[in-house]
Design a protein around this ligand. Structure first.
Ligand code: NA7
Length: 533
């Protein structure tokens, strides 16, 4: 027996919780199905040591409730995972959202009924439900990935993935620990656990340009000011190209004297967060001169901070210039490599050949380990949707529809999948966008669309194939001319996804303000590019 709802929401993370709140406001019945045993999405799964925001806490928080803004006090400029998870519980409890959330309910299939024009889902534990609409609030980085080294299963010690971290505290004292990966997650783990472990071996394939996070407690005076300015902060995020509080200098860096540029880089380096990445000059994503210059500045910092010159050289990225990947926010990351109990293995020079029962074998050595931490990232953007067997009109699967890379209209709909919406699917601006800012506006657009349909007596909406093709092309083009296009080995391009979508730009790089305008325009024109019936 299927339970019946107006809307089924997949996922109880930041987007799913807000979707439920907005659906209730519209007077619709909704059920959220969440794979985890708790709410929080990203902030439920990624509970590894050192996990914290890379967005300022007050720019990431929800904007929809003044009471929430007034009541909740962030303790740090970049709060840690436990506090973020508590915040999401506080919001869910405040609005009594949990009664409509089914936990431990991973959706295995979502099938469209062409006759009834409804969706039926089934969870892996056999729960079934039907609804006219589905909102997939599945996140961009949800489907974690393990490397396929031979012997991964054979390791007899403890193997952990950063995105499936257990709830219990893990005691690393006296342990020989290996971390595979050097992305933002690995950086947070490495700098946190190094003082605790007996020995830490970092297995790095690609070095990253890390910038100082400069996290600090929020003082009482700042607290007051941040609350007063909350809406100014949200407005600023709406205006900036990247959806963050960092507003670049409107001048092109190439038009500014070099001495002035260097001074600005230092100021941004001192400011912390994504300031150097997103608050630089207006041409910092297109000018190789500016990007390379920042890279040189950072390389000099690494050389100054890391005592062993050979280690410093390994930590300086050689494969990509500054800004072409998200930069990990660090605190004493580079100094970590000055510790006697930390060593760095360059996987480009000595690749991992296999995982053994007692450790990791590289070309030239065997590293005996008690714990292996995989901080190896995700099947980005499309991964979680592709993991569900989603079948639209005439039983066509999403896997088939996307066999040549994802195709979407505005990132929210896929042709042949009527009434199925994705909040943070491919082709949205999340490449840079602060997730809550973009999630809120996408959810509002989807809910606005459902409201419009109800008011005008429409039962189904589906994107036209022409509009889908045009938006998909526009997304590919949006990366052209940007330096990120030269560095396709990143999750923006799905480099860790199954081979069929490798090399396809998965997002929209035209900027948050442009995306919001396009969204508003499409709605104002009665959902141009979508068939309503
Ligand atoms: P990322 O940024 O995708 O980083 C994954 C890391 O894992 C990266 O250093 C990868 O090296 C490395 N990796 C992946 N597969 C392997 C194998 N097989 N062998 C060795 N190393 C490997 O994920 P994160 O979780 O760090 O961060 C995701 C986002 O979370 C981030 O953008 C922030 O928004 C927060 P590679 O670079 O591919 O050589």
């Amino acid at each position: 027996m299927s339970q019946e709802f107006d809307v089924i929401v997949i996922g109880a993370g930041v987007s799913g919780l807000y979707s439920l709140y907005k659906l209730r406001e519209l007077g619709l019945s909704a059920r959220v199905f969440e794979a985890g045993t708790g709410i929080g999405g990203t902030w439920y799964w990624n509970r590894y040591p050192g996990a914290r925001f890379d967005s300022e806490s007050y720019s990431y928080q929800y904007s929809f409730s003044q009471e929430v803004i007034d009541e909740w006090e962030w303790t740090e400029h970049f709060s840690g995972q436990p506090e973020i998870e508590r915040y999401l519980h506080y919001v869910a409890d405040k609005f009594d959202l949990k009664r409509d959330i089914e936990l431990n309910a991973r959706i295995a299939t979502a099938v469209y009924d062409d006759v009834e024009k409804t969706w039926e889902i089934e969870t892996t534990n056999g729960v079934r439900a039907r609804a006219r609409f589905v909102i997939a609030a599945t996140g961009l980085l949800s489907a974690h990935q393990f490397p396929d080294y031979p012997g991964v299963e054979s390791f007899a010690g403890r193997a952990l993935h950063s995105a499936r971290w257990p709830k219990e505290t893990i005691d690393f004292s006296g342990k020989r620990v290996g971390v595979i990966g050097s992305g933002p997650t690995a950086v947070q783990i490495i700098q946190s656990i190094a003082p605790e472990v007996d020995h830490l071996t970092v297995f790095q394939r690609t070095a990253n340009w890390c910038t100082p996070l400069r996290n600090r407690p929020i003082t009482t005076a700042e607290q007051k000011e941040l609350k007063q300015k909350a809406h100014q902060i949200f407005d600023l995020c709406k205006r900036t190209w990247a959806g963050f509080i960092h507003d670049p200098d409107p001048r092109a860096g190439v038009d500014v004297p070099k001495a002035e540029r260097l001074k600005r880089y230092q100021e941004l380096y001192d400011r912390g967060g994504f300031a150097l990445w997103l608050g630089n000059y207006s041409d910092s994503f297109t000018s190789r001169l500016v990007a390379d210059e920042v890279a040189e500045v950072l390389a000099a910092k690494i050389r100054a901070r890391v005592k062993d010159p050979a280690t410093a050289e390994k930590l300086i990225p050689k494969s990509h210039t500054f800004g072409t990947k998200r930069c990990p926010g660090e605190k004493n990351y580079y100094e970590t490599f000055n510790r006697d109990n930390v060593s760095l293995v360059d996987l480009r020079a000595t690749p991992i050949t296999r995982i053994t029962p007692t450790g990791i074998e590289t070309g030239d050595a065997t590293h005996e380990l008690d714990v292996i931490i995989y901080a190896t990232g995700f099947h980005s953007v499309t991964g979680e949707l592709m993991r569900i067997d989603i079948r639209g009109e005439r039983g066509v699967s999403l896997q088939e529809h996307w066999s040549d890379g994802p195709k979407t209209n505005l990132g929210v709909q896929f042709s042949g999948f009527p009434n199925f919406f994705a909040v943070m699917g491919p082709h949205n601006p999340a490449l840079f966008c602060n997730i809550t800012r973009c999630a809120e506006s996408n959810v509002e657009w989807i809910i606005g669309c459902i409201r419009y349909m109800r008011e005008h007596g429409f039962e189904t909406i589906k994107t036209t194939t022409e509009a889908e093709a045009a938006w998909t092309e526009r997304c590919y083009k949006s990366a052209k001319g940007l330096l990120i296009d030269d560095m396709q080995d990143s999750w923006f391009f799905g480099s860790t996804n199954p081979a069929n979508i490798r090399g396809r730009f998965l997002l929209f790089a035209g900027g948050v303000p442009a995306y919001r305008e396009i969204f508003a325009d499409v709605a104002a024109k009665g959902y141009e590019g979508f068939d309503l019936s």
